[in-house]
Design a protein around this ligand. Structure first.
Ligand SMILES: Nc1ncnc2c1ncn2[C@@H]1O[C@H](COP(=O)(O)OP(=O)(O)OP(=O)(O)O)[C@@H](O)[C@H]1O
Ligand SMILES: [Mg+2]
Length: 606
């Protein structure tokens, strides 16, 4: 059934359903109570006026006053009560969406545009809140008011009732046609809104690139193309809307005209009274408002339906990285692990391709050992790293820690055991301290400083205007690339993880600093098993073992010196001149660096 996306909210609605039913009742009363006025008018005309009896007037007048008051109080109470209820629901939905996004695998995030997710979390949920606060109560009360009004007409004078019923037929047809077209247009419009959000987000994040390449006009053109599409969809919605609106405006007018004509004839013929005709015309006027509103309510309901559908699409994403029993547990206890990390015959391919990025890969890193992983660009180093915290799962084979398959560990336990720092260091828009503490929630200030010291970030952080409390931007915009990398590294090491995975963590800092960091890592975290992805000979030289990744598997394993002797690929990756320099002055090989990075990139392209 097409309203299923909305019905699925029932378990959430149940929590406050008592109050919500009160809201529905108040809405119904406030809109329905007006129907009594025509009855009173009819009574005044056929009673006090016809009999010239002024004394019988005070009761109906008092009645009209009470009705007006009840209507005002009802509407006021409705608004007061409904706001906290729907806001509570909205918060529930939004946090569910957020949780879902936090727990789905990176592969899913790769396949969704961020703007589509943003627009669902923001626009669609606001749409739903408005619908439950306003649209739904009126959508429930309006048909009831219309039905009651029609029944009253039938009772008063069946002919007038019949006129109302005849008028309903074209109205129902118009509504059905409208629904069919509007639902499709509304879906397309809301999806396009998601594209707009993605585009704005990307062009803000990439503003430096757009400006420096002088591509702002290109971005503007792309944006106006999407906006134009959104505009034409919105215009189409407005056209459909105004078409229905005019039909719904015209029909009650026709009904009124018919009632006046037929009524006058009836009064002359003597089968009805003036009071009844006036009452019937007044009822048809009271019913005008709900009929007109029907168009608006219907559009609102269809947009809410679309929003609900888009919401559930995200919630229904398969929760693919879970504990063996399907949940995600807390309360990790990781002290018993020694940190032996092992890849057994691992295959991996991305969901959108059959091509294996890793193929039959075997690798063991002993507890406390540091292994440097080198390989041409695009050889799959980052992919390999992302398997350890289960950002992706292997497609065959297994990754284990202390011989326990990481898929058999509770996800939270694994993520306590393993810390990662990726190539592009993302910082959140909060203080330096909070960014670092994220690696070990609840860490003390001393622990934060210690982590900063390991990451060679202590000096620059203490020179920041507010020290640890300095706010850094969304992407640490106010910090240099190397500074950001060092904060991200501090975040990775603060929890003293058993297994540390560092994806080229210091590519943006100078060789001296890198040397200091690597020595600090060994001294302060001697028990951490470290997988460090390296591009420079200096990084590789300091590791216990070096592994070369080629064509999806480890093609050579040994110390830096051994591999320089035995592996041609390794020599190429490290740069021909690296050998001599690595021996002579480890830590000051800036000329070797340049060669290295150029060559490894070329290696990747060829
Ligand atoms: N999300 C993805 N979907 C499909 N293919 C991907 C995805 N991410 C990476 N790849 C592909 O997988 C291969 C390995 O990428 P990976 O990022 O692991 O390389 P890398 O060795 O880390 O390279 P670099 O040294 O440049 O960081 C590349 O060919 C890349 O195009
Ligand atoms: Mg990489």
């Amino acid at each position: 059934m097409f309203v299923r996306p909305l019905l699925r909210f029932w378990p959430d609605l149940r929590s406050r359903i008592g109050v919500y039913v009160l809201v529905l009742v108040l809405t119904l009363l406030a809109t329905g109570i007006q129907l009594i006025i025509p009855v009173i008018t009819g009574y005044i005309i056929d009673g006090p006026i016809a009999h010239k009896d002024l004394s019988a007037l005070w009761l109906p007048v008092f009645g009209v006053l009470i009705i007006g008051l009840a209507e005002a109080v009802g509407m006021w109470a409705r608004r007061m009560i409904v706001a906290p209820v729907v806001s509570t629901w909205e918060v529930t939905w939004r946090s569910r969406l957020f949780d879902r996004l936090q727990y789905t695998s990176v592969a899913i995030h790769d396949s969704w545009e961020s703007g589509q997710l943003l627009s669902r979390a923001v626009n669609d949920l606001s749409q739903l809140r408005r619908f439950f606060a306003f649209g739904l109560p009126f959508l429930v009360s309006t048909p009831i008011v219309l039905a009651v009004g029609t029944v009253m007409l039938v009772i008063m004078q069946p002919v007038f009732g019949l006129i109302m019923i005849i008028m309903a037929v074209p109205a129902i047809i118009a509504v059905a046609v409208f629904e069919k077209h509007y639902r499709d247009t509304s879906r397309r419009s809301q999806d396009t809104m998601g594209e707009v959000t993605t585009d704005v987000e990307e062009s803000i994040q990439g503003i430096r690139i757009l400006k420096s390449f002088g591509r702002s006009p290109w971005a503007a053109e792309r944006f106006s193309e999407i906006s134009a599409r959104l505009k034409s969809l919105e215009i189409r919605k407005a056209k459909l809307d105004s078409w229905l609106w005019s039909v719904l405006l015209l029909l009650p007018t026709l009904a009124q005209a018919a009632i006046v004509a037929v009524g006058t004839w009836g009064v002359i013929e003597g089968w009805t009274t003036i009071g009844t005709v006036v009452a019937a015309v007044t009822i048809s006027m009271v019913l005008r408002m709900p009929i007109e509103m029907l168009g608006f309510l219907l559009a609102d309901a269809l947009m809410a339906l679309t929003a609900a559908g888009r919401y559930w699409e995200v919630i229904d994403i398969r929760h693919d990285i879970t504990d063996a029993d399907g949940g995600v547990d807390d309360a990790p206890e990781v002290g018993r692990y020694s940190g032996k990390l092992r890849f057994d015959d691992v295959d991996f391919h991305f969901a959108d391709t059959e091509r294996l990025t890793l193929q039959g890969l075997d690798l063991t890193i002993e507890p406390g050992q540091t292994l440097a992983l080198v390989g041409a660009t695009g050889s799959g180093k980052t992919t390999l790293a992302s398997l350890v915290p289960r950002l992706q799962d292997v497609t065959a084979g297994r990754v284990s820690i202390d011989d326990v398959d990481i898929r058999d560990m509770p996800v939270n336990e694994l993520r306590h055991l393993v810390s990662v720092s990726f190539e592009d260091p993302i910082l959140f828009s909060t203080s330096v301290a909070e960014n670092v503490e994220m690696g070990a929630p609840g860490a003390s200030e001393d622990e934060i400083w210690e982590a900063l010291e390991i990451a060679a970030a202590k000096d620059f952080v203490s020179r920041l205007p507010d020290g640890l409390d300095t706010q850094v931007g969304e992407q640490g915009l106010s910090l240099s690339g190397g500074q950001r990398q060092r904060l991200a590294l501090a975040r990775a090491v603060i929890g003293r993880p058993r297994v540390l995975v560092l994806d080229d963590p210091l590519s943006a800092v100078d060789v001296d600093t890198e040397d200091r960091v690597q020595r600090a890592l060994r001294e302060i975290l001697p028990d951490s098993t470290t997988l460090i992805i390296a591009h420079r000979p200096s990084t590789a030289a300091l590791a216990d073992v070096v592994a070369v990744l080629d064509e999806g598997r480890i093609s050579a394993l040994g110390t830096h010196e051994e591999l320089l002797e035995s592996s041609k690929l390794y020599r190429e990756l490290m740069g021909a001149s690296a050998k001599a320099e690595a021996h002579a002055h480890p830590g000051t090989q800036s000329s070797a660096q340049t060669t290295t990075s150029t060559q490894s990139q070329e290696g990747g392209r060829s």
